[in-house]
Design a protein around this ligand. Structure first.
Ligand code: FAD
Ligand code: PHB
Length: 394
């Protein structure tokens, strides 16, 4: 068995783990990153596409925004389709901020390249990662890599290993409060190389269920339709997908949609989930390891970024000033932002999907949307949340 030491062991090489590694590197803090999958696998996962301005600012500060600045698509508005009409929420003119369309895959690649350039250590395909002594001051991480056993001594462990990772379950169950809502549907997503015939994202509430018209670049679309939890991707040919998407997204767009072949198709369940607190001893949870939002509000990746920004500040202050206080405040600081994004994502999900509820629920949904389209105040509230609530300054 080989044994080594690092200041911070980062578990998980998704956007949370990679960004934390980059921010710590710039603060002169040594971190080793362990990822269960291969780098190619991580890059092949198609997920988020919308970055808040606050997220772009953190990426700038981390020194990984050069390509994002070049290729990111700045959107000043977003549209909601309902009963055959499209209603624009003018983000920029309502609240003075925009969002940037830039794929999670691209952001992940930028972070992987920066990490490789910095010489910081990452181990991909790390198997059987286990945490030890997290309640004490000398935690350890054991794992296997290329057939050999390894152990790392560290000061802290950052649990950035997503919803299905090992870190959250390593905390004694009686130390965590869990809050959860599972929705009775999923999203079926399709990626295709064809120029989007829409200039801003369109979230559509239709009688047949939700649909979203998004994009990754001027030549690549990303589209979703609400689907049943028991449905299988194999049952959705491209033709069936485009047919359903066109029926839901509204006539005007439907007429312009090209039935392009998919380059990726996948189903994601929808869930709201939070654990409290985000810390146990020397283990700190960040991103999807600690909380999940349904993708309707485009908040998951942005929350991972704000957690990691707060965590790196707390670790930096610990090493600079030997002050534990920022570490003690980490969880509460994150949760204030997390819960507001949970509320917004839950609200967007409720207003835009077809639920099994009764006629009263459907009327409430209709009334909520009508109110939104008529009221500048309601639009400003939605816009304020969609572009992202501000990160707390230290
Ligand atoms: P992950 O990306 O899940 O990364 C965790 C990493 O840990 C993974 O690479 C995993 O392999 C690794 N890991 C797991 N277990 C272990 C282990 N035992 N040992 C070592 N490594 C391990 N968010 C937005 O903000 N905007 C959007 O528009 C948006 N759209 C979305 C659309 C869809 C369809 C989906 C599914 C999600 C979307 N999200 C969106 C959410 C966003 O993708 C996630 O919130 C984000 O990936 C969280 O990053 P993370 O690093 O915390 O977790
Ligand atoms: C995406 O482009 O994948 C996307 C955009 C907005 C969302 C969710 C996903 O709310």
């Amino acid at each position: 068995m080989t044994r080594r030491r690092t200041q911070v062991a980062i578990i998980g090489g998704g956007p949370a783990g990679l960004l934390l590694g980059q921010l710590l590197h710039r603060a002169g803090i040594d971190a080793l990153l362990l990822e269960r999958r291969s780098a190619e696998y991580v890059l092949g996962r198609i997920r988020a596409g919308v970055l808040e301005q606050g997220t772009v600012d953190v990426l700038e500060r981390a020194g990984v925004a050069a390509r994002l600045r070049e290729e990111g698509l700045v959107h000043d508005g977003v549209e909601i389709g309902f009963q055959g009409r499209r209603h624009r929420i003018a983000l920029k003119s309502l609240v003075g901020k925009s969002v940037t369309v830039y794929g999670q895959t691209d952001m992940t690649r930028d972070l992987m390249e920066a990490r490789a350039a910095s010489g910081a250590d990452s181990l991909y395909e790390a198997e059987d990662v286990q945490l030890h002594d997290i309640g004490g001051t000398q935690p350890r991480v054991s794992f296997r890599h290329r057939g050999a056993s390894h152990e790392i001594d560290c000061d802290f462990i950052a649990g950035c290993d997503g919803f299905h990772g090992v870190c959250r379950p390593s905390i004694p169950a009686n130390q965590l409060s869990v809050f959860e809502r599972v929705y009775p549907f999923g999203w079926l997503g399709l990626l295709a190389d064809v120029p989007p015939p829409w200039s801003e994202l369109v979230y559509a509430n239709s009688e047949r269920g939700f649909a979203l018209a998004s994009m990754r670049s001027p030549t690549r679309v990303r589209c979703y339709v609400q689907c049943g939890l028991d449905e299988r991707v194999e049952d959705w040919s491209d033709v069936r997908f485009w047919d359903e998407f066109r029926r839901r997204i509204g006539e005007e767009i439907a007429d312009q949609v090209t039935l392009a072949p998919s380059i990726e198709k996948s189903i994601a369940p929808l869930r709201s989930f939070v654990v409290e607190p985000l810390r146990f001893g020397r283990l700190f949870l960040a991103g999807d390891a600690a909380h999940i939002v349904p993708p309707t509000g485009a908040k998951g990746l942005n929350l991972a970024v704000s957690d990691v920004c707060y965590l790196h500040e707390a670790l930096r202050d610990y090493y600079r000033e030997r002050s534990e206080r920022p570490l003690d405040e980490y969880s509460a600081r994150c949760l204030r932002r997390v819960w507001k994004a949970e509320r917004f994502s839950w609200w967007m999900t409720r207003q835009l999907h077809l639920f099994p509820g009764d006629a009263f629920d459907r009327r409430m949904q209709q009334t909520e949307l009508e109110y939104l389209f008529e009221s500048k105040a309601a639009q400003a509230s939605m816009a304020e949340n969609y572009v992202g609530l501000p990160l707390e300054a230290r």
